[in-house]
Ligand binder design. Sequence first.
Ligand code: UDP
Ligand code: MG
Length: 321
Amino acid sequence: MADILYIVVPCYNEEEVLPETARRLREKLEGLMAAGRIAPDSRVLFVNDGSRDRTWEIISQLHQQCPLFSGADLTRNRGHQNALLAGLMTARERCDMAISMDADLQDDIDAVDAMVEEYYGGCDIVYGVRSSRAKDTFFKRVTAEGFYRLMNTMGAETVFNHADYRLMSRRALEGLAQFREVNLFLRGIVPMIGYRTGTVEYERGERFAGESKYPLKKMLSFAMEGITSLSVKPIRMITALGFLVFLISIAMLIYSVARWAMGETILGWASLVCSVWAIGGLILLSLGVIGEYIGKIYLETKERPRFLIREVLEDRDGKAD
Ligand code: UDP
Ligand code: MG
């Protein structure tokens, strides 16, 4: 008996791409069902992340037209990571494996077949990894690859060129459910779950309609979020920096005493002013980094819910008909 697959798709203002995405995903599911690789109860689960356009209406229509589509509606916009988590947690009770992907289908859906095969081969987590970024704009490519490098040098271990396109088995999802952090960075958390993992390579395409919801500003805050959620390396770097500055100050002390002995103490206005600014800047920067962590602790202690679901579109009698 084949296992149940849920494809989880977070959607934020995606009215332009949804009909086409739904058509392609339906074809994919029907193909896999015909080949007997997945159970007939498999679904596409669209998560509406508080869209301001007709996204939810379209999802509801799709659900009415075809039992393969289901949907979950969040109470408001919570961002991609939370929307994805909401979808995965909804799918967890209903599926044997779940694949997450973006609504714009930039991640080649033909990799789904290979992921499912890896799953049957015994993998609990299968990462989709981009083999090249030839179709991304130059700017996106450079910033995105810089992002992975920055993450890894800052001590947040992530799979290179893997975004949130991955398959997780039910027990991996159960594992994920036990990570209770509010500052969610799935790419960093999933590798911590463990189990046997595999990778599937694919080519990343272009968004076929609509605009990217990840402008540079969001990418930067995403990187900051990832680093401070996963590692304390920046704080260690501050300590190292403090140590270095201390060493420099000893050198400066020796230097000043020497100048004084030579009777040249009036000199040095420029170096004094520079060091005041440099030290001030370093202190502010360090306070900022430490503040980031304190902010995180503050948010974590509140344990606010990461998402609230307004409605889940279920099949009429809980089963496909
Ligand atoms: N997304 C979301 N909530 C948000 C922003 C984005 O659910 O607040 C979804 C969006 O609908 C898409 C996915 O996250 O399915 C990735 O967004 P996008 O394709 O715009 O990012 P990019 O591919 O440019 O990094
Ligand atoms: Mg995209």
